[in-house]
Design a protein around this ligand. Sequence first.
Ligand SMILES: Cc1cc2nc3c(=O)[nH]c(=O)nc-3n(C[C@H](O)[C@H](O)[C@H](O)COP(=O)(O)OP(=O)(O)OC[C@H]3O[C@@H](n4cnc5c(N)ncnc54)[C@H](O)[C@@H]3O)c2cc1C
Ligand code: FES
Length: 354
Amino acid sequence: MGLKLSLRPISSATVTLATGTAFEVASDETILEAAGKAGIWLPSACRTGACGSCKVTVSSGDFFHAGSVAALSAAEQDGCTALLCRAHALGDLQLDVAELPEPPPSERPAVPARVVGLIRESEHVMRLTLRFSALDPLDFIPGQFIGLRHSDGFDRSFSIANAPRVDGTVDLHVGRVAGGVFTGHVFEHLRVNDILRVTGPFGNFTCASVVRPAIFIAGGTGIAPVRAILESLAGDSFAAPVYVYWGSRTQSGLYLDRELREFSERHGIAYIPVVSDRADAWSGRAGLVHEAVLQDFDDLSAFDIYACGSPAMVDAAHKAVLARGARRDRFFSDCFHPSRPAADSQLNTREVWS
Ligand SMILES: Cc1cc2nc3c(=O)[nH]c(=O)nc-3n(C[C@H](O)[C@H](O)[C@H](O)COP(=O)(O)OP(=O)(O)OC[C@H]3O[C@@H](n4cnc5c(N)ncnc54)[C@H](O)[C@@H]3O)c2cc1C
Ligand code: FES
């Protein structure tokens, strides 16, 4: 239960970026809105607190969030991490972020992409392959995600599962959500040759090179961006040890198991699949995926850690690896939150709960 505070409304405050650029923000507008009005482009995508694209570190000053902040893990609700699409200033602020040289992908119109492949990888995962037109190619960094626009107006986020290809296609691993409008549509109605509208790419869950030992921890379809990163790095060979832990409730959910075993042998990395349902007929590592990491390492201070999957998994991994000495600034994550906020309750901007 939080503490309810009454705030003195500010008329306006000054927000200063790491580059020294400054702009004014009024109490009834988000920092992202105020930046846009001032002609300053800051990273953003969903504008509903769901994707994390607008996440920044606040170096000084106070703020509060109004509305759902699903993209913040429990550890990030620390008063220093802000989602600019939800954050309101309580006074002057300094943000550890630089403005973008051009509009963020969210400001650009959605582009068409043709469905060129629909392959059932497992009972609950569909590999959806999209081709972009030569006029609107998708220029992405491995690890990033895109938004697929649905007729209800909300974009659903899906991570790209491959490194850039010559033919411009991308694979997505779409996990079916029980009762999910969009993922249900993909499984039941989407057909090859259909056209989808795509926004993005978004996100900074990327890894340009492995210079320190790295541990990737993925849950379910959280393996998609990890696969893209591994594929992109494979050409340069890995300069430091790499460990890939992939957790699934059941063995049948390890839909890339054979591919990852072959990849690990070819490139000399460690691949550790972990199944959590102990009733499953599985003879490999059992339990939760982050627990397997803890069983294998007493000290994680030398590692870069990349975690991707459900918010619960990423939070558990974050807590566990920090307790084993991992550096906070060497932990990188992408949480697969629902893209469409379930209850997008708006807080009164005169009140804050802490
Ligand atoms: C940055 C990012 C990257 C993502 N990448 C992937 C990916 O590569 N593969 C993938 O399968 N998913 C991914 N997701 C999650 C995916 O976007 C959602 O599962 C999707 O939006 C569900 O849409 P839907 O219309 O089927 O569900 P909705 O109809 O919007 O929701 C139906 C119900 O299910 C709940 N729900 C929706 N999604 C989830 C979820 N992910 N977990 C738990 N409950 C949920 C909703 O709150 C609601 O109650 C990603 C999410 C983010 C934010
Ligand atoms: S743009 Fe703020 S969380 Fe997506």
